[in-house]
Design a protein around this ligand. Structure first.
Ligand code: ZN
Length: 464
């Protein structure tokens, strides 16, 4: 913030799943906004459906950082889960090796997409003592009970169970997803702790050697880092029930003085070619599958092309369209004289207001992208201010992070060094008047799809 008169910031409104309405966002403490997102269960490569939640969080946190002086964003890693144990066994791999490798792959994929890392990224296995303390407290105050080595949360003990997802307990009992087990007092009761055999990962506890249920992990980690009450809890709409309903029940029963999450933000699902993504349909796409075909920013733009609460349909045509849109935006940056990727001009240009207002309106990314098109029109006509606002407005959504030169060369890649070496060798051959060698090198580069442009400043290149 500078000494210049404060520009009025747009008011952020968010759709809160619990209030079932889009409401103004009022932080518990305007000096410090707190956000928790459920992170991945690390046993396989992340798919583009997972990515939608991560990108929604990224745009939300970028916007919050613009609007508030301090934001703490916590996103966990679930590194103990029966899916992990099963995969490690199938791979003949150590569980720790599998979770470490998959976590690194997840980080690399998100970094490729320009998703900013969370401030705190707790791992479930580093928070077992916190989970056990919560479980003990829930037993003590009558919200949980022990049965055959399990500890279960008693859904009937919490009057407001179902208030988040809008399901009533009768409906829940009849639900097909409820696991029936003889040790449960009621069908809807869910596991806080379960026994482990010698083959399964386990920790000693007052209830025997065992491992936590999934839901208690997030309750323990959000409490450890954000306390009894925090501002925003987010995730995909598939987590609303039972995961988030159960997190809320555990946390409010354990810490009745707090409010747990004050706002709940859920993104809708992603379809591929109009169908739910599944391995059996052959339309299952990992982030890596897509990045092998298109630049990361094209995938990012495609996923931001629908507002987060609308179903998004991923298609090849949509990906190609996103790439053409980015070509246009980068040409506009060039035309408006913004060549560098790095730019520290403060974010207060009046031209940015349209983009900010769209994002503040429950993260209306399609509207914000339409505003970028309007800025690009002006920039293409040579308006430098519009080109600056285009770069900054796009930056709020993590877009246009390269320079136009980098974009049109196809982004920095491993063979850039090889290409640069061949170009240097060709220049040396020309200096030595070995034109046969220089032409051979030009042909070699052309075969790689590299087009050379000789200018007075030197030789530049772009991909065909
Ligand atoms: Zn969670």
């Amino acid at each position: 913030m500078s000494d210049a008169p404060q520009r009025s910031q747009p008011t952020l409104s968010l759709h809160d799943s619990q209030r079932r309405a889009t409401v103004p966002f009022v932080p518990l403490n305007p000096e410090h906004v707190t956000v928790y997102y459920c992170g991945p269960t690390v046993y396989d490569l992340a798919h583009i459906g997972n990515l939608r939640a991560m990108l929604t969080a990224d745009v939300l946190v970028r916007l919050l950082r613009h609007l508030y002086p301090r934001v703490t964003f916590v996103r966990n890693i679930t590194d103990v889960d029966d899916k992990i144990t099963a995969r490690a066994r199938a791979n003949g791999e150590d569980i720790a090796a599998l979770t470490q490798r998959t976590t690194q792959e997840f980080h690399a994929d998100l970094a490729a997409l320009g998703v900013l890392p969370p401030d705190i990224e707790p791992r479930a296995t580093h928070n077992i003592a916190e989970m056990q303390a919560m479980i003990a407290r829930l037993i003590e105050n009558g919200h949980a009970y022990e049965a055959e080595g399990h500890v279960l949360f008693s859904v009937g003990s919490f009057a407001s169970y179902g208030a988040l997802s809008g399901r009533n307990p009768d409906e829940l009992e009849a639900g097909a997803r409820v696991e029936v087990a003889p040790y449960k007092k009621a069908a809807g009761d869910f596991v806080l702790w379960k026994p482990s055999d010698a083959e399964q990962p386990g920790w000693d506890s007052p209830w025997g050697r065992g491992r936590p249920g999934w839901h208690i992990e997030c309750s323990a980690m959000s409490h450890r880092y954000l306390g009894d009450s925090f501002d925003i809890h987010g995730g995909g709409s598939d987590l609303l029930f039972p995961h988030h309903e159960n997190e809320r029940a555990q946390s409010l029963c354990c810490f009745p003085g707090g409010r747990f999450a004050n706002y709940w933000v859920h993104n809708a699902m992603l379809l591929v070619d109009g169908e739910k993504m599944s391995k059996s349909l052959g339309n299952f796409l990992t982030i890596r599958d897509v990045l092998a075909q298109a630049p990361a920013e094209a995938l990012r733009l495609l996923l931001l092309g629908a507002q987060y609460r609308s179903t998004l349909n991923y298609t090849q045509a949509g990906l190609a369209e996103a790439r053409r849109t980015l070509d246009r935006f980068y040409r506009a940056l060039e035309a408006g004289g913004v060549a560098d990727a790095a730019d520290d001009t403060p974010l207060d240009a009046p031209m940015l207001h349209g983009v900010l207002e769209a994002l503040a309106d429950d993260l209306n990314t399609p509207k914000a992208i339409a505003e970028l098109h309007a800025l690009a029109d002006a920039a293409l006509a040579g308006n430098h201010e519009a080109a600056l606002a285009l770069r900054q407005g796009a930056g709020l959504m993590g877009l246009l992070q390269a320079s136009p030169g980098e974009w049109f060369r196809g982004g920095a890649s491993e063979d850039d060094a090889v290409i640069d070496a061949l170009i240097t060798e060709r220049l040396a051959a020309r200096k030595a008047r070995d034109f046969a060698r220089a032409d051979a090198l030009r042909d070699e580069l052309q075969a790689k799809g590299i087009i050379l442009e000789d200018t007075r400043e030197g030789t530049s290149w772009r991909r065909a």
